[in-house]
Structure formats: structure tokens, C-alpha cells
Design a protein around this ligand. Structure first.
Ligand code: RB5
Length: 144
């Protein structure tokens, strides 16, 4: 199950992502928002998706705001969340292989729909490498 969240700046691109998920039979839970017309606050959607992953309800998430920056910062405040802001397929692949990222963040005002959908496809279809060095580095992210 994929958790989805966006603000008004990410709403239009999220509709493209939803069309991709529907076409490929990928299950998702949409935490909103549900319109591009009303300005909303991106931290609320970052939080909802982060909590859905941490509770085990969803395995991965996709977050979109205007830049992808605010919503990824918000999600990354939650321990255990590794939200990666990606604007290219190389990064989307690398963040799964190396960081075991559990959220993909994108900028709805940054990316066109064709590239964004390829980034989503790459992110969802790349497994974590499981390499010891990457596990070690990921565990150090949570050290205080
Ligand atoms: C909303 O106007 C915009 O600030 C938001 O979508 C995002 O880009 C924040 O990082």
C-alpha cells in the first residue's frame, strides 16, 4: 500500500501519479489534499503519510508540494522516515538502493508529468540493496 499526500502546489501532478498507480493496479491510500483551488498547509500531509508508514499501514509514500522541499522536510522530522526529494531517475534509483528511502518527494511546480511518472516507477520498482555499508549508514541517521 502506497500512502499519498500533497498540497495545492502538488495536486495536479498527484493526479498524474494516481493515473499511473491505477493503470498499474498499485494500491494506495490518498491522504489528500483533494483540490488545487484551496491553499492548504503541506506539513499536515507530510505528517499523515509519515504516520501511515510508521504505523505499518503503508510501506512507502509519495509526497508532492510545489517544490517538494517543504513536504519532505516535514516528513523527515519523523524518526524512521527517509523522504527523498528527487527530480531525476538516477536519484530515485540510488535512494532506494542506498538509503532505503520510504518516501519519494517531488515538486509539482518543478517536474513535468512524464518525468515524474518515470521517477515514481523507478522508485517503486527498485529494492534496497541490503549492503552492510548502507545498513550501517542508515542506522547512523537515527543516532542522536
Ligand atoms: C505553497 O505555495 C508552497 O510553498 C509549497 O507547495 C511548497 O513548495 C513548500 O515547500
Amino acid at each position: 500500500m502506497i500512502a499519498l499526500g500533497c498540497d495545492h502546489g502538488g495536486y495536479d501532478l498527484m493526479q498524474e501519479v494516481i493515473a499511473y498507480l491505477d493503470k498499474n493496479g498499485i494500491a494506495y491510500k490518498n491522504f489528500g489534499c483533494f483540490s488545487s483551488q484551496e491553499a492548504v498547509d503541506y506539513p499536515e500531509y507530510g505528517r499523515a503519510v509519515a504516520k501511515a508508514i510508521l504505523s505499518g499501514e503503508c510501506e512507502k509514500g509519495i509526497l508532492i508540494c510545489g517544490t517538494g522541499i517543504g513536504i519532505s522536510i516535514a516528513a523527515n522530522r519523523y524518526e524512521g522516515i527517509r523522504a527523498a526529494l528527487c527530480s531525476d531517475c538516477f536519484s530515485a534509483e540510488a535512494t532506494r538502493l542506498h538509503n532505503d528511502a520510504n518516501i519519494l518527494a517531488m515538486g509539482g511546480r518543478v517536474l513535468g508529468p512524464g518525468l515524474a511518472v518515470k521517477i515514481v516507477d523507478t522508485f517503486l520498482n527498485t529494492e534496497f540493496s541490503g549492503d552492510e555499508r548502507h545498513k550501517r549508514r542508515i542506522s547512523k541517521i537515527e543516532e542522536r
